[in-house]
Design a protein around this ligand. Structure first.
Ligand code: FES
Length: 151
C-alpha cells in the first residue's frame, strides 16, 4: 500500500470505529448518513470511510436531539456550516445561537401550557372552543367566530 493511502486511512474512520468512539450504534450512523447529516466516502473495498470530524458532528447531533431539536432542523443547521474548511468557534456559536432562540421559544410555549394546565386540572372538558390546552394556537379565533377559512 502506498504511503499516501496509509495516511488517508489513518485520517479516516470505519463505521465501526465511529460507532465505538461516538457511542452511537452503527445503525444510527447509517441513519444519519441516509438523512444527509453526515457523509462518508467509499474505499477501494466499497467500505465507508468517515473523516474524523464526523465525531464532533455526531456529538452535536446527539446534544441537539437531547434538546428536542428535530433532525431536519439539525440538518438545516449543519448545511450552513462551511464545507471547505474546519468550522471555527464563531461558526459553532452562530449555530448554537439559532438553537438557543428556538429553545427559548419552546420553553416559553411549554411554560404557558404548564400554567394553563393548572386551569384545566379538575375541569377535564377538553373543549375545542374553551380549552387552551386542547386548542393552544387558536389564532383564527381572533379573526371571528365560525368557519373563518371557508369564508
Ligand atoms: S380541560 Fe377544560 S378548559 Fe382545559
Amino acid at each position: 500500500m502506498a504511503k499516501f493511502d496509509q495516511e488517508i486511512l489513518k485520517a479516516e474512520l470505519s463505521v465501526g470505529e465511529v460507532a465505538e468512539r461516538s457511542g452511537v450504534a452503527v445503525s444510527a450512523i447509517h441513519f444519519y448518513e441516509e438523512k444527509g447529516l453526515i457523509s462518508s466516502r467509499r474505499n477501494k473495498g466499497n467500505q465507508r470511510r468517515f473523516k474524523r470530524d464526523v465525531l464532533r458532528i455526531i456529538s452535536l447531533i446527539k446534544v441537539a436531539q437531547g434538546l428536542g431539536i428535530p433532525l431536519e432542523a439539525i440538518k438545516n443547521a449543519l448545511d450552513t456550516m462551511p464545507k471547505n474548511r474546519q468550522p471555527t468557534g464563531e461558526d459553532w456559536q452562530k449555530l448554537s445561537k439559532k438553537w438557543k432562540e428556538d429553545l427559548n421559544e419552546r420553553i416559553a410555549k411549554m411554560t404557558l401550557m404548564r400554567d394553563q394546565l393548572n386551569h384545566c386540572i379538575g375541569c377535564g372538558c377538553l373543549s375545542l372552543k374553551e380549552c387552551p390546552l386542547r386548542n393552544p394556537l387558536d389564532k383564527l379565533s381572533k379573526k371571528g367566530t365560525g368557519a373563518v377559512l371557508l369564508e
